[in-house]
Design a protein around this ligand. Structure first.
Ligand code: SAM
Length: 224
């Protein structure tokens, strides 16, 4: 491997780590309040009820949650599951959400969604991908490889749904601009090139039915 290829590989591995290193037991204890309580409404200008609506409409009894974080939406959606599988690259997130969702007896897997997911399990009827695309490094065209990795885990008529914070061709307010700068510098977000058109195009290339709406800076989508 050339020095340049090695350096590129190292920097992309670093970027993947930076995108999730912030999720510690301490930060997860106030994540729901900071992100879904305050930021959605006042910074990203998208009420959390819009995201809850997605879960209420699309959750199935056989559900795969990709990049689970704290598991807030699964906890509060008022559904039960025959089978619930949680994926995340960060063990703190898996531990936190597994504890919170223990009444559903979830199965947890430590998985990098940017790499093929080697899970030999029957396919799911619903898969969600909420607030992770804006964290992942690279342009939308490369981030959407996560959808290619999730698709083999979807049954024929399954739905993929989720949300992501757009950083391009949007109109951020002062706090949003400040947080974009801070989070993108730290590598927690990588969304300054993410726009609705590329997300729509990428999803439409992979699914026959795509619905996508923008609320404030947030794109909310579902696809079959
Ligand atoms: C902003 S949080 C969103 C959590 C939750 N889905 C929500 O909506 O609150 C991003 C989540 O993506 C996970 N994550 C980041 N990079 C990942 C990767 N490459 N593969 C899998 N999960 C990843 C983080 O560990 C974290 O749980």
């Amino acid at each position: 491997m050339s020095e340049r290829t090695q350096a590129t590989k190292r920097s992309s591995e670093d970027a993947i780590v930076e995108a999730h290193a912030i999720y510690t037991p301490l930060s997860l204890s106030f994540y729901d309040f900071a992100v879904h309580g305050l930021s959605n409404r006042f910074v990203w200008m998208c009420p959390t009820s819009k995201i809850f609506g997605l879960y209420v409409r699309h959750l199935s009894p056989s559900h795969l949650e990709a990049a689970v974080g704290t598991g807030l939406f699964l906890d509060r959606a008022g559904r039960s599951f025959d089978r619930l599988v949680l994926l995340d690259i960060n063990m703190n997130c898996l531990d936190f959400s597994a504890r919170r969702l223990r009444r559903f007896d979830p199965e947890c897997h430590e998985v990098n969604l940017l790499a093929p997911i080697g899970l030999a399990v029957p396919p799911f009827d619903s898969v969600s991908l909420t607030y992770v695309l804006h964290c992942l490094p690279g342009p939308i065209s490369e981030k959407l490889v996560v959808v290619d990795h999730l698709k083999p885990l979807m049954a024929d008529r399954a739905v993929l749904f989720g949300a992501t914070i757009l950083g391009r061709a949007v109109n951020p307010n002062g706090p949003a601009r400040a947080l974009f700068r801070l989070y993108n510098e730290k590598g927690v977000f990588n969304n300054l090139e993410d726009d609705l058109a590329s997300l729509t195009e990428g999803l439409e290339r992979r699914f026959t039915h795509v619905e996508i709406e923008q609320h404030g800076l947030v794109a909310i989508f579902h696809a079959r």
